[in-house]
Design a protein around this ligand. Structure first.
Ligand code: DAT
Ligand code: MG
Length: 149
């Protein structure tokens, strides 16, 4: 089983889309192993988006992501990283496939509602940045035999 970090950005919270977006991950079969609401500082946002330092959109991205509370989650399941990103859709909502979160609810790159780890190393880094070990809840689901082969 793989774990990934997902964040519902401030626009998702402000627009009342938290339940709708979380439901899409849940329905797919991904298991929520951690979830909390946080209003992050600029310093923390710089750590999360360190790979984008210096890019033209960086300051706007920091402004956006710190503009209100976000909902942070850790999701677990087979191929959780790729599956979560596929559920989210392409970075630019204008290019995202219909049926994805970004295509169904967003229009612009700078208001694309959701973040998901882009690979195994990123997932480990982001889960460790956002959550303490004791916040990751270890539990089984009775439906797992009907979700995982
Ligand atoms: P993703 O969030 O799909 O992993 P990313 O890591 O490349 O995309 O970029 C992080 C966020 O920064 C992205 O969700 C939206 C914003 N962003 C990326 N590229 C951008 C660009 N060219 N112009 C404006 N915003 C951009
Ligand atoms: Mg990314």
């Amino acid at each position: 089983m793989e774990r990934t970090f997902v964040m519902l950005k401030p626009d998702a919270v402000q627009r009342g889309l938290v339940g709708e977006i979380v439901q899409r991950f849940e329905r797919r079969g991904l298991k929520i192993v951690a979830m909390k609401m946080v209003h992050i500082s600029a310093e923390f946002a710089h750590k999360h988006y360190a790979v984008h330092v210096g890019k033209p959109f960086f300051e706007g991205l920091i402004q956006y992501i710190t503009s209100g509370p976000v909902v942070a989650l850790v999701l677990e399941g087979a191929n959780a990283i790729d599956v979560a990103r596929a559920t989210m859709g392409a970075t630019n909502p204008a290019k995202a496939a219909p049926g994805t979160v970004r295509a169904d609810f967003a229009l612009e790159m700078g208001r694309n509602l959701v973040h998901g780890s882009d690979g195994p190393e990123t997932a480990v880094f982001e889960i460790g940045l956002w959550f303490g070990e004791q916040e990751l809840v270890d539990y089984g689901r009775s439906v797992d035999a009907w979700v995982f082969e």
